[in-house]
Design a protein around this ligand. Structure first.
Ligand code: PAF
Length: 249
């Protein structure tokens, strides 16, 4: 059976963790590298997206990839594109800030599944909303989520981190610190307050959203919600960073 690890390249240890997980499940691990224009809001963001194909091949191979597939645009989108619609949670939070983003994600993931026909596909929990939306897609591919890999100071690994300035890089762990400080708070209201107070300690962090949600519905969590997760997005140095953490013991 083959396992697919979809990526947009600029691989790092977080992607390697996905590939290693895939390899623990199968001898056939396909890593796709395709920067999907449909999930970007503007040309500038696509142009700025980091590219490192040679290093990607090395890192993917070292982690256990048996096939590295770098399709071109025409292979993924021959002819007219039939855009799919993401599940309703695709309009919230990340989707509200980046209209059409998740429709672009489900459209490309569907094409990758059609072409590769994997039995299983692996995605990172770092993009938790994306993971839940892909789980909600009508497909017969088993979806596995892999925990976020972090830097020594808690910052989630992301291809965008290379765009941070030196001082921005130091500030960036405020997101992790806010979530970690709130994790064991006795109520949602207290956890929310801890998150907001911690984020406010860093003048360089411009918050987009910082909330605690129900992992299934993405509605704001209450104390009765079983599976709660903090989700945070914001900008440092104009670089958009997102992260999340399960709340509770
Ligand atoms: O998470 C990503 O890198 C992308 O959104 C994905 C899943 C490869 C689709 O382009």
């Amino acid at each position: 059976m083959s396992v697919l690890v979809p990526t947009m390249g600029a691989l790092h240890k977080g992607h390697q963790a996905l590939i290693k997980r895939a390899r623990s499940l199968s001898k056939e691990v396909v890593v796709s590298i395709f920067i999907n224009p449909l999930q970007f809001e503007n040309e500038d963001d696509i142009a700025k997206y980091p590219r490192s194909p040679e290093r990607d091949i090395q890192l993917a191979t070292l982690a256990g990839a048996t096939e590295i597939w770098m399709p071109d645009y025409a292979e993924i989108y021959p002819g007219e594109i039939t855009k799919l619609k993401a599940s309703p949670i695709g309009d919230l939070f990340e989707g509200a800030s980046r209209p059409g983003h998740f429709d672009g994600v489900v459209t490309v993931v569907n094409r990758l599944f059609e072409i590769v026909k994997p039995e299983t596909a692996i995605f990172g929990e770092k993009d938790f909303q994306q993971l839940q939306i892909i789980r909600a897609m009508q497909s017969n591919v088993e979806i596995i989520g892999v925990p976020t890999v972090r830097e020594y100071d808690g910052l989630a690994l992301s291809s965008r981190n290379v765009r941070l300035s030196q001082s921005g890089r130091v500030s960036a762990n405020v997101i992790y610190r806010a979530m970690a400080a709130a994790r064991l708070a006795p109520t949602v209201a207290i956890a929310q307050e801890i998150i907001e107070t911690t984020l406010a300690t860093d003048a360089g962090f411009k918050s987009d959203y910082a909330v605690i949600i129900d992992e299934e519905s993405f509605n704001l969590a209450t104390d009765e919600t079983k599976n709660k997760r903090a989700i945070i997005a914001g900008w440092i140095d104009g670089v958009r960073l997102i992260d999340n953490m399960r709340m509770g013991a």
